[in-house]
Design a protein around this ligand. Structure first.
Ligand SMILES: Cc1cc2nc3c(=O)[nH]c(=O)nc-3n(C[C@H](O)[C@H](O)[C@H](O)COP(=O)(O)O)c2cc1C
Length: 149
């Protein structure tokens, strides 16, 4: 993890959280990166505008998995709508997706990946963890950022 100290990158973390689990993971990621003096901005999905994407090197997207019990798992509607608002800015943008879930994520992340790839975004990775494993998920996301730098 030491080599992350040398990273000069500007990161935007956009998340939606209905009951606080994804928010907790997001703030963990943010706090841990700030400790390493990484330039990261945390933004709730409702606030996301196209201009937030200018000058960033990496976009992190955090979402809960939402579905109809065992069916139709997807990223939250709020995150999908936020991504729809920034499609013009996604071209060649590096993106890492993370999600918290309670039962199983099914193809939720794959669907969000496809949405981003359809706008020519570059999905470096997508990670899902049970909502009890917040610290693990935050660390895994940070590991991916380190690998990508
Ligand atoms: C409307 C709704 C639908 C959900 N559907 C699923 C699902 O299909 N699969 C699953 O594993 N968890 C599902 N969950 C559980 C959430 O993914 C899980 O609790 C998540 O960690 C919540 O994140 P949040 O606290 O950031 O909103 C659902 C939760 C809600 C509120």
């Amino acid at each position: 993890m030491d080599n992350i100290r040398g990273i000069m990158m500007k990161i935007l973390l956009v998340y939606f959280s209905e009951t606080g689990h994804t928010q907790k993971v997001s703030t963990l990621i943010c706090d841990k990166l700030k400790e390493k003096t990484i330039d990261i901005t945390l933004l709730e999905s409702a606030e996301l505008k196209q201009e937030h994407l200018s000058n960033i090197d990496l976009l992190l997207i955090g979402t809960p998995v939402h579905g109809l019990f065992l069916f139709a798992q997807n990223a939250s509607k709020q995150i999908r709508k936020a991504v729809d608002r920034i499609t013009n800015e996604l071209k060649n943008k590096k993106v890492i997706i993370f999600a918290t879930y309670l039962f199983f994520p099914a193809k939720a992340l794959q669907k969000l990946e496809n949405k981003i790839k359809n706008s020519n975004g570059i999905v470096l990775d997508s990670l899902a963890e049970h909502r009890r494993n917040k610290e693990e998920l935050a660390n895994a996301v940070i590991e991916k950022i380190t690998e990508s730098s």
